[in-house]
Design a protein around this ligand. Structure first.
Ligand SMILES: Nc1ncnc2c1ncn2[C@@H]1O[C@H](COP(=O)(O)OP(=O)(O)OP(=O)(O)O)[C@@H](O)[C@H]1O
Ligand SMILES: Nc1nc2c(c(=O)[nH]1)N=C(CO)CN2
Length: 182
């Protein structure tokens, strides 16, 4: 069997039943061929960054071990988006589900179809904060420790545009984990 590569996926939703969509995405991605789920982060409520006026997002990070390649993982991410009928209309506009590949092992690649790490991950508290929760020692390949990047984003965010709120009441679970209490 080929060795597994640890990969980080970011999940976002700001339309419909946002938590149900994120949980559905975790379930679909975890069932993907060559994918073993490792950890899911807490869920954060986040103000939209960029794009038109739109509702708040729920964001989380799913960490997986992949025995498939990065493009297979992107295709799996796209198929999860299609399952939730994501329609691309406006850049950075509202969406039922967005799944981005944030990092794939320590791979760096500037291929526009799949840039690794994700070209805007280092600027986004809604990616860095939940990722840091899953792994306090996480490093964004080719850049810096996630903790350092998050501190920089927070310091630069003088208007509080990237503030986020943890939603302990909306925890996600990995398949096979015990359900929520209450
Ligand atoms: N690391 C990556 N993860 C996901 N998509 C990527 C990545 N690198 C490049 N892409 C490409 O980016 C294109 C646009 O992706 P998408 O529609 O999800 O963008 P978005 O979520 O609206 O904005 P953003 O890219 O800023 O998160 C896709 O066609 C995809 O091939
Ligand atoms: N808060 C928040 N803002 C965004 C998000 C997102 O997931 N959360 N996704 C975007 C494009 O991927 C653009 N802006």
């Amino acid at each position: 069997m080929s060795p597994a590569t640890r990969a980080v996926l970011s999940l976002g939703s700001n339309l419909g039943d946002r938590r149900a969509t994120l949980q559905g995405a975790v379930d679909l991605l975890s069932a993907g061929e060559g994918v073993t789920p490792v950890t899911v982060s807490p869920v954060y409520e986040t103000a939209p960054v960029g794009g038109p006026d739109q509702g708040a997002f729920l964001n989380a990070v799913l960490v997986v071990d992949a025995t498939v390649g990065p493009k297979d993982l992107l295709e799996l991410a796209r198929s999860a988006e299609r399952a939730f009928e994501r329609v691309r209309e406006v850049r950075w506009g509202p969406r039922t589900l967005d799944v981005d590949v944030i990092a794939f092992g320590d791979v760096t690649d500037d291929d526009p179809e799949l840039t690794l790490p994700h070209p805007r991950a280092h600027l986004r508290a809604f990616v860095l904060r939940p990722w840091l929760d899953t792994d306090p020692g996480a490093v964004l390949p080719g850049r810096a420790p996630v903790a350092t990047l998050l501190a920089g984003v927070e310091e630069a965010d003088t208007e509080g545009e990237q503030e986020l709120t943890v939603r302990e009441d909306l925890r996600l679970r990995l398949p096979g984990e015990a359900g929520r209490v209450g």
